[in-house]
Design a binder for this molecule. Sequence first.
Ligand code: PAF
Length: 281
Amino acid sequence: MKTETTIQGLSASLSPARANRKIIGFVPTMGNLHEGHLNLVREARNLCDVVVVSIFVNPIQFGPNEDFENYPRTLDQDSQLLAEVGCDIIFAPTVEQMYGSQPRLTNITVGEITQDLCGASREGHFDGVAVVVTKLFNMVQPHYAFFGEKDYQQLAVIKQLVCDLNIPLEVIGVPITRAKDGLALSSRNGYLTEVQRATAPIIYQSLQTAEQQLITGQDLTDVMNNVKNTLAQNGFNVDYVEARTPALQRIEQFNQDVVILVAAKLGNTRLIDNLQIKYSP
Ligand code: PAF
C-alpha cells in the first residue's frame, strides 16, 4: 500500500493502473476510520482492481461553529486499518495541496436537494462537499466511487452532481454499518460521553418503531411526531425527523417506499441516521 500526499504523486501511482486499463475504485473519507468506512473499502475491493482511499478533512464543508479544528486526525491508525482491508493507495493531501494558495472562485451548488434537511442547519455544507468531491473525482478519475447510506442526503447530492455534470463514474451507495446496539457508526460517535453513548441507540430504536407503526397503518405525520417526541423525551435536541421518497421528495402518506431521516443532537454532538422502508400495498 502506498500513501501519496500530492496530486502528482497520486497520478504517478495510478498511471500503471490506467495504462493497464484496471478498474479503479475510490472511497473518499475524512479519516478517523471505523468499520463503516472499512465496509466501503471492502465493497470497492470486491468490485475493482485498484482501490484508492482519500483522507482529507475538508475545511470548506464545516460551518464556523462546527468541529473542523477538533475533527480527529488519526492517519497512522487509519493507514494500519486500510492495509488490513486491502487498500492500494491512500491519498492524504494537505489543505494547501487540495486548494492551492490562490483564492477559489468556483463554487458548486447542487440546488434544491441541498437546501433542506441537513442543508437547512449547515449552510454551505453541501457546496463544500460538492467542490471537494468533484476535485477528488478529477484527481483520482475512478470508475466507481463508494459512499455510505448513513449520509443519505450527501449520497443523493453526489448522485445528482455526477449525473448533472456527466462525471464519468458510477456512484455506489453502501448500507449503513451499525454497532451491536443499533447506533449507526460515525466518527462523531467518539465525541459522546458514556451516558450519551448509552442513549444514542434510541435513534435507531425509534426508527424501527416508526417502521412498525407505518406498516400497521398509522398516520405518517403521527408516526414522525412519535419519533420526535421519543427523542426529545430522551434528551435529544431534534433538528429534523422527516419521511421522504427515496429521491428525497416530500411525502404526506405512506403510499410508496419511504426513507425516514433523523438529525438530532446529544449535547454538542450532532447525530444522523435513516431507515428505508418498503411499501407493500
Ligand atoms: O462523508 C464524508 O466523509 C465527507 O463528506 C466526504 C464525502 C469525504 C467529503 O469530504
